[in-house]
Design a protein around this ligand. Sequence first.
Ligand code: ADP
Ligand code: ADP
Length: 224
Amino acid sequence: DVLLEATEVRKAYGPTEALAGASLRVRAGEVVALMGPSGAGKSTLLHCLAGIVQPDGGTVRYDGADLAGLSDRARSSLRRTDFGFVFQFGQLVPELTCLENVALPLRLNGVRGRVAAERGRAMLAELDLSGIEGKRPGEVSGGQGQRVAVARALVTAPRVVFADEPTGALDSLNGEQVMQLLTTAARDRDAAVVLVTHEARVAAYSDREVVVRDGRTRRLEAAR
Ligand code: ADP
Ligand code: ADP
């Protein structure tokens, strides 16, 4: 039950070879951590897996379909319906309330306002964030904001959540809370998580760690 599969993916930015043949399989509901030094190609691999960056070579398959075979429009649509995203700095929309931020992906998927708000409220409650619905991101703590970002990533019931250094801007206690929340909520929903981190403590929340180095993936077992 491989859900997402990158095979020998290559990507260059001008003279910089960001990916030089990276391969990865993600099973449904599996939490995979991409580890490795800065500049190794982790974010580029995440972006290729998520259909945000088009590889120069190799293939990315999601649910059996080659992402390169989809139109831009179909890829965008797939990202909205099947994928969720958490970034290092929550990237909440500052003008919107926390509830509006969580409801936004549903609105973008055509869910009506009242229904979207209802689901957003339930999502916040599930993540123990009741009470901050009406606050703007600038009015909550960094840890709360990042938990709101987790709520926003999960509200559409995605099959894969992509998280790029989701705890990078947090202290270790808040970082652990966010990882606990993200992995527990994802496992409850049988959503896979592809996580980029350089912190072993964060990667410890995964089922499997994959090392990226010089644009190539290697299993941690093999590296040991
Ligand atoms: P990591 O996430 O492991 O730090 P990245 O995937 O961000 O690595 O970057 C891999 C390499 O590709 C680096 O040398 C980086 O500078 C380069 N790179 C990444 N994105 C771009 C871009 N949009 N334009 C130019 N170079 C890029
Ligand atoms: P960008 O400015 O990167 O093009 P978008 O126009 O795609 O951003 O989205 C506007 C805001 O909505 C961004 O802050 C983005 O983080 C947020 N957002 C939340 N969920 C989604 C989603 N499922 N699809 C697109 N944008 C989303």
